[in-house]
Write a protein that binds this ligand. Sequence first.
Ligand code: NAP
Length: 259
Amino acid sequence: MNERSFTVTVRPDGASETVAASVREALLRSGYMEDEDRPGTVVVVGGDGTFIYAVHRYMHCLNDVRFIGIHTGTLGFYTDYLDSEADEFLTDLLKGDLPVETYPVMEAEAGTEKVYAINEIRIENPYRTQNFSVLLNDIPLEFFRGTGVNVCTQLGSTAYNRSLGGAILEKGLPLFEMTEIAGLHHIHSRSLNVPFVMSDDTVIRLQSDSYDRAILGADADVFDLKDVKEVVIRKSPEKKLHILRGRKISYFDRLARLT
Ligand code: NAP
């Protein structure tokens, strides 16, 4: 991996494109080389959504890439600089000694497909009540009926999980969280009905007679589950996410910006 090969992934809006252009020029002037296919460093200019897009764009070579983000809005969870701090960003990056934080990546196997996520994997059926059995490390937990279920990483706990009433998991905790999406609860239908936080070594199997018209969501990507009977969610044994950490920002500080 050549850390001085880089690319810039940018949200397509005027403010982000202006910042991206000046960062790109400064890096080229400093001896960095542009490599759009297998970059050592990916500079993300936009928001957390742009960061996720960049991670999926480079999923084929994820272990060899370091991501670093400039947020052109309010500071997110994946980005350490604001657009007004682009000069500070360049000084820090060009020094070349930024610490790297490594995060787990989640994967789901569905039939012959394997998909990856850094925020969450979810099953949702907007057309009809979805039934499936939930097994944790091959031990049956429950029979779920409802719209679906969301399983997030620690990083994804502030995303869709939060909107579903899931708990926010503090940075660094090696956990997954499973949250129901509109579960049915009455005398003939019982499931946990609360978010469940578990070790991220847990293997989650979601087995159904039919996932017809249900979708499998992996961050911003969506896949059809037609003909699939089982979805297996686990921590990826091979893929990891590496983030270059610039400005030291406490997790509680980031959290405070949500309120
Ligand atoms: P998107 O527009 O790229 O993102 C939707 C919102 O989620 C944006 O405001 C984004 O922040 C924020 N976000 C993404 N990851 C986050 C994280 N780890 N912590 C806190 N906020 C986060 O939408 P998309 O392309 O459809 O999907 C990307 C992600 O959006 C998914 O992984 C999912 O978690 C989230 N999402 C949430 C809901 C919901 O809450 N109801 C619904 C669909 C999707 P920025 O503004 O900084 O980009």
